[in-house]
Design a protein around this ligand. Structure first.
Ligand code: SF4
Length: 193
């Protein structure tokens, strides 16, 4: 497992690319997940996520995956579970103070982040403390659900702005451009306003 973890860090750029692809697929599946119910898909998706990420990253299923900010080195493998950089005890050669045979996860994180397209910027971001109530839940599902909601909201806002900008067009041909949100002004006759 440890060797695979090192492999993942060495190929952090490829995993960054794969992760973006997985995220796009998960976001595209949002309508299906919504129809089935996110509560129902949580368990099977979390099981798949656990299997894949335990093999590749020694994942502990913290539920708030930060691999894209830590060079594909899981910080939950740090014996002190530090999420914002190494402690002061890193040994010569970048080895862990508590487990001398293991490379410090933050030494690996810096190496991995250096290989990633956005890694150098993201590793400098301060991460929030672990929310323990999310332990065991699927990060993939939560993140993709949040992204899908953001996309939906910005699309609805853009459509509403467009409908507001062309009220006459909306009055003449409301069915020709089925914009989702119909502001009241767009569908009222002039005298009614
Ligand atoms: S950060 Fe959390 S979800 Fe991501 S690999 Fe580590 S334990 Fe798993």
């Amino acid at each position: 497992m440890y060797r695979i973890r090192l492999f993942a860090v060495r190929h952090a750029r490829s995993f960054e690319w794969i992760y973006k692809g997985v995220e796009r697929v998960m976001v595209a599946l949002d309508p299906l997940f919504s129809r089935i119910g996110y509560n129902r898909v949580e368990r099977p998706v979390a099981l798949i996520e656990k299997g894949v990420k335990t093999l590749l990253f020694d994942c502990k299923m913290c539920g708030q995956c930060v691999l894209s900010s830590t060079g594909m080195s899981c910080p939950m493998n740090c014996p002190k579970q530090l999420r914002n950089g190494p402690c002061g005890g890193v040994r010569d050669g970048g080895y862990c103070e508590v487990k001398p045979d293991m490379k410090c996860v933050w030494t690996l994180a810096w190496n991995g982040a250096s290989r990633m397209k956005e890694g150098r910027d993201k590793i400098r971001e301060v991460l929030p403390p672990v929310e323990h109530t999310l332990k065991g839940s699927s990060s993939w599902l939560r993140v993709s659900r949040e992204k899908a909601t953001q996309i939906r909201q910005s699309r609805d806002a853009a459509r509403a702005a467009l409908a507001e900008a062309f009220p006459e067009a909306r009055l003449q041909e409301p069915a020709a451009a089925p914009l989702s949100v119909e502001p009241p002004k767009a569908t009222q006759a002039e005298g009614e306003q």
